[in-house]
Design a protein around this ligand. Structure first.
Ligand SMILES: NC(=O)c1ccc[n+]([C@@H]2O[C@H](COP(=O)([O-])OP(=O)(O)OC[C@H]3O[C@@H](n4cnc5c(N)ncnc54)[C@H](O)[C@@H]3O)[C@@H](O)[C@H]2O)c1
Length: 261
């Protein structure tokens, strides 16, 4: 029996990932602030794959107490956790919303990763496992239209690579993997987009809508790519998914600096 936690599992990519995990006999804990959709999905999975296949934990990943409680609920249900997918995230670069983007996208992912070490790490009596953190392709290019969202994703990429070293693995036995999906349709991320840019200026945001994304890939394609990288991904590996194709490993050129460790 394998147990997976998926944050942001109520909708979009996370929802499809929970479905795919359950279909492969994983026990799934859905963690999300969005209760109704999460409970609906959880009930569906329990009906399809048998009761006890799934639990829903109402959880705000930016609130450490709430996040910790969800880990404890999962351990209480199945006795262990093998995989954590830190997928919950939001885009809001507006003057009112940007702090929340950092709280959820950066602090939430770091908090989840540290809780994973506490509950899964061999240095804490656990069996090790996998933490997959969902960043975005916008972590790489200069991104003037989404500077705050893209910086949160760059922070996830950096943090996850730093955690995914042999030095760390020897300690806790958890593989850290980064997933960087390209633009994806069918999720709630870009809803109410006109209110979420850093500047409310039509000419400034025009390039964002210029159609350069092409046809958006589906949330299920991304979920499938995450499954692939969970099965194949080495510690510290970075993956991208685009154009409705499978997951592809990215090699990031190293800039040589004096070694720190
Ligand atoms: N859609 C894209 O184009 C795209 C591309 C690259 C990366 N991503 C990333 O993929 C992940 C999933 O996004 P999506 O496109 O499926 O969007 P989505 O909005 O449909 O899903 C995000 C989920 O996270 C949940 N969530 C938000 N804040 C939360 C919090 N504080 N605590 C717990 N749950 C919370 C939401 O309720 C929602 O269910 C995000 O991290 C997003 O940044 C999306």
């Amino acid at each position: 029996m394998k147990v997976a936690i998926v944050t942001g599992g109520s909708s979009g990519i996370g929802n499809h990932l929970c479905q795919r995990l359950a279909a492969q006999n994983y026990k799934v804990a859905i963690l999300d602030v969005e209760e109704k959709d999460g409970l609906d999905l959880c009930n569906n999975l329990n009906q399809t794959y048998g009761s006890g296949s799934c639990i829903f934990c109402k959880c705000d990943v930016s609130d450490e107490t709430s996040f910790k409680k969800s880990f404890e609920m999962t351990i209480k249900e199945w006795g262990k956790i093998d995989i954590l997918v830190n997928n919950a995230g939001l885009w809001d670069d507006s003057p009112e919303g940007w702090r929340k983007s950092i709280d959820v996208n950066v602090k939430g992912i770091i908090s989840g990763s540290l809780l994973a070490i506490q509950y899964m790490g061999m240095n804490h009596g656990g069996n090790g496992g996998i933490v997959l953190n969902v960043a975005s392709i916008v972590a790489f290019p200069v991104c003037p239209v989404l500077p705050i969202y893209s910086s949160t994703k760059a922070a996830i990429l950096k943090f996850t690579r730093d955690m995914g070293t042999e030095h760390q693995y020897q300690l806790h036995g958890i593989k850290f993997i980064t997933m960087c999906p390209h633009a994806t349709g069918g999720s709630k991320l870009f809803r109410n987009s006109e209110k979420k840019f850093i500047f409310n200026d039509e000419n400034f945001v025009k390039p964002f809508y210029a159609g350069k994304f092409g046809v958006l890939q589906s949330v299920d394609n991304v979920a499938q790519g995450i499954m692939e990288s969970l099965h194949k991904g080495e510690n510290g590996s970075v993956w991208m998914i685009e154009d409705e194709k499978g997951a592809r490993k990215i090699e990031i050129p190293e800039i040589k600096v004096k070694e720190f460790v």
